[in-house]
Design a protein around this ligand. Sequence first.
Ligand SMILES: [Zn+2]
Length: 73
Amino acid sequence: MAETSKTSATKAAKSNSALPGVDFDNLRVGMCKFPLGGIDDTPDRFCGEPAVEGSPYCSECAKKAYSRPERRR
Ligand SMILES: [Zn+2]
């Protein structure tokens, strides 16, 4: 019998209270305001990483925001 020790270690990571990012109430000045879950959606969660000075976004999201494909011509 060596089966007792391998459960319960892998299932601690996921729960609804551990969603990525922060909601609007927890968004502060200096935190990244990049909306999670799609730019076209009404954002209710934001990145929340420390923003780059002079930017509303952190460095990761700034890349996403400014490399967004533009579809006008
Ligand atoms: Zn961000």
